[in-house]
Design a protein around this ligand. Structure first.
Ligand code: PHE
Length: 337
């Protein structure tokens, strides 16, 4: 009785997947083997007849399996039911990340003013990130930038850290090359800050350095004004506010007129008409000296700005986290720019 039941099931299996058929009927745990298990238990007088029937079923199942295999083989080699003259579905091409767009733009503006692009390491020693830049050991200025340490040494001098700004490249450049130096350095920096819409533990800076004979504060101002006009529009003005950085003296914060409201007051500029875009100043003589450049002979200016900040201003982006989440709906908005 069960032999007939399984024969029927196999017949009704239709023309489906050969592998599925094999698993159901012919595999170790399949239905045929189940019958052979039952066969062991039947009384001797039934054994002869049942044995014969089982062998017939076994042959039938194997034949059907072979047939299914052949069918699927034949199907595979048949010409597919598709129109091969149709154009292919295009691969979706990615878009340039907004931070890359703005970084390129900044580098381009400065390169037209004669600044070369330089690069430096992201894992840095205390010397290049702090000490050579005139941060005294244990000076509170070090805490202006919450640092990720990679390796803590016996003294601060032996610390290894993730750079907190791109100013390390200034030092490496001046170590390697003597003035005139006119370069910008763009790259990723890290600070141990809680992640929010307005702060992140990683971001990007572009820093500029110009060292030569007779470089003046006016040169700094003119350079940044030209940059601001190129970046934000020809009517843009800049404003300098006194500030403090260990590696520049005097130091100034650079504001540009708010290009969203044109100075009338809006949310972006918090109704002041100005937005801050950079820190800057005249390179401190101690820094030049640390790099073997005579401060009696040479002077220089430096500035540094956050690429995220400028990108957010340019495109009206209100959450810093969007830059690092690789959300396609966000990124694809910049395609074709
Ligand atoms: N390195 C400073 C910072 O990260 C910015 C800066 C660069 C200021 C160069 C002055 C000159 O905050």
């Amino acid at each position: 009785e069960s032999i007939n039941k399984i024969r029927k099931e196999a017949e009704e299996f239709g023309s489906g997947a050969a592998e599925q058929f094999r698993l159901t009927f012919l595999s170790k745990k399949g239905k045929l083997n189940g019958l052979f298990e039952e066969f062991k238990k039947v009384s001797p007088d039934l054994k002869r007849e049942m044995g014969q029937q089982l062998n017939v079923l076994k042959n039938e199942l194997e034949a059907k399996f072979q047939q299914l295999q052949e069918n699927s083989g034949a199907q595979g080699s048949e010409a597919p039911d598709e129109d091969l003259t149709l154009p292919i579905i295009p691969d979706s091409v990615g878009s340039i990340h907004p931070l890359s767009l703005i970084r390129r733009r900044i580098v381009e503006i400065f390169s037209r003013m004669g600044f070369s692009a330089e690069d430096g390491p992201e894992i840095e020693s205390d010397w290049y990130n702090f000490s050579a830049l005139n941060f005294a050991e244990n000076h509170p200025a070090r805490e202006m930038q919450d640092t990720f340490f990679v390796q803590k040494g016996e003294t601060a001098k032996e610390d290894l850290l993730l750079r907190t700004h791109t100013s390390n490249v200034q030092i490496r450049l001046m170590d390697r090359k003597k003035p005139p130096i006119r370069s910008i350095m763009a790259g990723r920096v890290y600070r141990n800050e809680a992640i929010s819409a307005r702060a992140h533990c990683q971001f990007h800076q572009v820093e500029g350095l110009y060292v030569d004979k007779n470089v003046s504060f006016k040169d700094l101002k003119d350079t940044l004004l030209h940059f601001a006009k190129e970046m934000f529009g020809k009517d843009t003005q800049i404003r300098l506010r006194p500030s403090y950085f260990p590696f520049t003296e005097p130091s100034a914060e650079i504001d540009v007129t708010c290009f969203i409201c044109g100075g009338d007051g809006c949310n972006i500029c918090k109704h002041t008409g100005w937005v801050e875009i950079a820190g800057s100043g005249m390179v401190d003589p101690n820094v030049l000296q640390n790099c073997g450049i005579d401060p009696e002979e040479y002077t220089g200016f430096a500035f540094g700005m956050g690429i995220e900040r400028i990108t957010m201003l340019k495109y009206g982006i209100n959450d810093l986290r969007l830059f690092f989440e690789n959300e396609k709906r966000f990124l694809s908005q910049f395609s074709g720019i």
